[in-house]
Design a protein around this ligand. Structure first.
Ligand SMILES: Cc1cc2nc3c(=O)[nH]c(=O)nc-3n(C[C@H](O)[C@H](O)[C@H](O)COP(=O)(O)OP(=O)(O)OC[C@H]3O[C@@H](n4cnc5c(N)ncnc54)[C@H](O)[C@@H]3O)c2cc1C
Length: 389
């Protein structure tokens, strides 16, 4: 029987970073989880919310806690790239924008107030200045925006690989299979093997909310999301070479839209990605969540996203599109859950659609909690306490 002092269940963005910080602290740690499937429709799950080529990173946020988490992580991207030899960060900048008046103006103002509160470097702009600087963006009259020079795009797959490479270099072991059952520290894996761990970190993304490995049910809603990828030819990609990532708050919806600049995907094609749904179905069972990831997402949602993309970038010539499924996990607190469930178990989950950029700091906090430390004393302005249903 394999044994370990620490077992991190979930080889996603938070779990892999956590395994790195535990190994770096000299712990005997095993990181457990399946590889990303080559053929999603034939994979029985679990999947991951990082199975993509791009995620927006930015320090500016509507909540100072998320801004602090991102700031600390962004400050360490360079060292992680150097240590691992894997580059994952494109510092192309991030733009957050929205209406200066009306029901959603408050959300746009929250971004600006947070930047002022934390003294974040940013350039505030009105719609005319945005249009002059980024002629391919068409923001409605009366929009206000802020450019975040610390922001840009990360490749979540590559960042996860970088964390895994430095974790292994620091002594961590990796098991490429899902855990199928758990009795305290005794773990059964899908390949028929078992492992005895002194302490377990549950970091399974959306799957953390599903009945199965956790004793208590977390108060976390897992939304099935769709993204649209719009193919961009070389001429357009050259024209958009200095495009920043964009978070845009329309004045008629209680959620934002996000657009990423052209990124080359594994199929060799460059795509602009757009996402952001006002609502979408909630998964409550692992089987339903796995079934969702086997699909290409919702065509109806993709059609709406295409309309928003054409409105935001009217000159964009969209020749070909593709869609993909994903999932975001919203907690009752609006912050990730990081803490001890009992002496043998720590939970590290709850990305709220925003954790890719700050997975490094979240992983570090997960290691602090697993080692018996107090995450409320880490100066982030939140207690990250898990909430249960
Ligand atoms: C469409 C979309 C767009 C997003 N855009 C952004 C963005 O622009 N910027 C940003 O910062 N964030 C963004 N996010 C959010 C970000 O991707 C997530 O917050 C982040 O991936 C969550 O990390 P995690 O480690 O909690 O979960 P994941 O990254 O999903 O990892 C969980 C891992 O646990 C594994 N697992 C599950 N069950 C088991 C088991 N039984 N045994 C072993 N392993 C298991 C899974 O296979 C997976 O690998 C986006 C998310 C989505 C869906």
């Amino acid at each position: 029987m394999e044994r370990a002092d620490f077992a991190v269940i979930g080889r996603g963005l938070m779990g892999t970073a956590c395994a790195y910080y535990l190994a770096q602290a000299g712990c005997d740690v095993v990181l457990i989880g399946p590889d990303e499937p080559d053929d999603a429709p034939r994979h029985d799950g679990p999947f991951g919310s990082f199975h993509d080529a791009g995620r927006i990173t930015r320090a500016i946020a509507h909540d100072p806690v998320w801004a602090r988490l991102a700031l600390r992580s962004i400050a360490r991207y360079g060292a992680l790239e150097q240590q691992s030899g894997i580059s994952f960060f494109d510092p192309c900048g991030a733009m957050v924008a929205g209406p200066s008046a009306g029901p959603m103006a408050e959300m746009a103002q929250d971004f600006l107030q947070c930047a002022a509160l934390l003294g974040l470097d940013h350039q505030q702009m009105d719609g005319t200045t945005v249009a002059a600087r980024y002629p391919y963006f068409h923001l409605p009259k009366g929009s206000v925006g802020a450019f975040d020079p610390l922001g840009g795009v990360i490749d979540p797959r590559a960042m996860r690989r970088a964390h895994e490479a430095v974790a292994i270099a620091a002594g961590a072991r990796v098991i490429h299979a899902p855990v199928t059952s758990r009795e305290s520290g005794l773990l059964q894996l899908s390949d028929g093997t078992s492992l005895q761990a002194g302490h377990v970190v549950l970091s399974m993304g959306g799957w953390s909310a599903m009945p199965g490995l956790g004793d208590a049910r977390l108060a976390m809603q897992v939304y099935q999301r769709t993204i649209l990828l719009a193919a961009v030819d070389d001429r357009q990609a050259a024209h958009l070479a200095r495009m920043p990532s964009l978070i845009f708050v329309p004045d008629d919806r209680h959620t934002d839209l996000y657009v990423l600049p052209p990124i080359r995907y594994p199929d060799g094609q460059r795509y602009i990605k757009i996402g952001g749904e006002a609502t979408s179905p909630i998964a409550t069972e692992a089987t339903a969540l796995n079934a969702w990831f086997k699909t290409a997402g919702s065509q109806a949602a993709a059609d709406i996203l295409r309309g928003h993309l054409q409105a935001l970038m009217p000159d964009l010539v969209i020749t070909q599109t593709k869609t993909a499924a994903c999932a975001v996990s919203f907690t009752a607190s609006g912050h990730p859950y990081i803490g001890r469930l009992d002496d043998d178990t720590t939970v590290l989950t709850g990305g709220n659609g925003a954790a890719a950029k700050c997975a490094d700091e979240l992983g570090r906090l997960g290691a602090v909690a697993a080692l018996g430390g107090d995450v409320t004393a880490e100066g982030l302005g939140a207690d990250f306490a898990p909430v249960f249903t």
